[in-house]
Design a protein around this ligand. Structure first.
Ligand code: AHG
Ligand code: MN
Ligand code: MN
Length: 341
């Protein structure tokens, strides 16, 4: 059997950047810093059951949710890995209310990074996949000082890099720079991310739907009908669909990216904007899904076109295969009803 050419994440990033004349290599360095942070968090996640890192810190984050130690570990690790590379002018994290500034002793760069350090934190204690999600923008404000809120509040369509890491049965890092989606699996023996998923494309239509059906009573009628539609029998459209819901967005998203299908976190009576955060969760995953040929919407508008008003803004999310998200929109917008045969 011929030996396959190994493509490490670092080499992939460098080769990708070389395609752009005038590229300075800064993005490559930035992504390498991120990969290092991912490796450190991965290591910590893997030994979470062995050391005193499980359990609650007793603190609540700005969303009123209990913060577990591993959330803060991931948050601190990402900041520590990224704040001194000289590439960023400001950061923002789901776990911190305000902007994260670059310490004065370090060089200030021209990029902005937003991240969800640990997604799916309710699954930490039970060995279920969790992850990290990140998003990078070019700075908007002029000057060389600290970045400002305006630099963070950019539309998702302005992203130049987005990615996520899933700490699951293996650790995988998936990223896009607007030129396709690539997945790298961490080989723990050599400590390298190796290309395992080349140019990922999401199937145009899937057979999986992912939503927290416990919220059914609070949903709008259009959504209730859509879920009923997915559960009906129809050979031609491969219904009924299969329900799959992990409760870690990043892991649910990753599965659907590979197999096809739709993930939803809709608005409901209690949460008019849903639960997920535009800047840390929805925008990066929407950029990735579009790069893979899929679609992401809040039910009415393309996620990447939403002008953010605040750092921790929430939006409803419908994300996945083109066809599935389009049908979901039709139901949510009241343009489609259940077929009675
Ligand atoms: P986080 O752990 O970063 O706060 O995110 C949790 C999110 C997301 O990962 C997941 O899809 C969703 O919460 C699950 O929410 P429900 O428990 O309401 O279904
Ligand atoms: Mn999250
Ligand atoms: Mn989180």
């Amino acid at each position: 059997m011929p030996i396959k050419r190994f493509m490490t994440l670092e080499r992939h990033i460098i080769e990708n950047e070389r395609k752009y004349p005038g590229a300075t290599g800064e993005l490559s360095n930035l992504l390498s810093d991120l990969a290092l942070a991912a490796k450190i968090v991965s290591l910590e996640v893997n030994k979470a059951g062995l050391v005193d890192i499980l359990g609650f810190t007793g603190d609540k984050n700005i969303h009123g949710e209990e913060v577990k130690k591993l959330d803060m570990f991931a948050h601190d690790t990402l900041i520590k890995a990224m704040d001194h590379g000289g590439h960023l002018c400001v950061m923002a994290s789901e776990e911190e209310e305000g902007l994260i500034h670059i310490p004065p002793q370090h060089k200030i760069g021209k990029y902005v990074m937003l991240f969800d350090p640990l997604d799916g934190s309710s699954n930490i204690d039970v060995n279920v996949s969790i992850g990290t999600i990140f998003s990078i923008y070019r700075r908007k404000t002029k000057g060389e000082g600290q970045g400002k809120l305006e630099d963070c509040l950019q539309k998702g369509s302005e992203q130049i890099v987005a990615g996520y890491v899933v700490y699951g049965s293996s650790t995988i890092l998936v990223y896009t720079t607007g030129n396709g989606v690539y997945g790298f699996t961490l080989d723990p023996s050599v400590g390298e991310f190796i290309l395992s998923h080349d140019n990922i494309k999401i199937p145009t239509k899937g057979k999986i739907y992912s939503v927290n059906e416990g919220n059914y009573l609070y949903w709008e009628d259009g959504l209730k009908k859509y879920i009923k539609y997915l559960q009906q029998h129809d050979k031609e459209t491969c219904r009924p669909y299969t329900g799959r819901y992990i409760g870690s967005l990043v892991a649910d998203f990753h599965r659907n990216l590979i197999y096809g299908g739709i993930f939803m976190y809709p608005r409901d009576n209690r949460n008019p904007n849903g639960k997920l955060r535009l800047m840390y969760e929805c925008n990066p995953l929407s950029y990735i899904v579009e790069q893979a040929g899929g679609k992401a919407s809040d039910g009415h508008t393309r996620i990447l076109d939403i002008q953010p008003k605040e750092l921790h803004q929430r939006v409803p999310l419908f994300i996945g295969s083109q066809h599935d998200v389009r049908i979901a929109e039709e139901f949510v917008q009241g343009q489609r009803d259940l077929e009675t045969k």
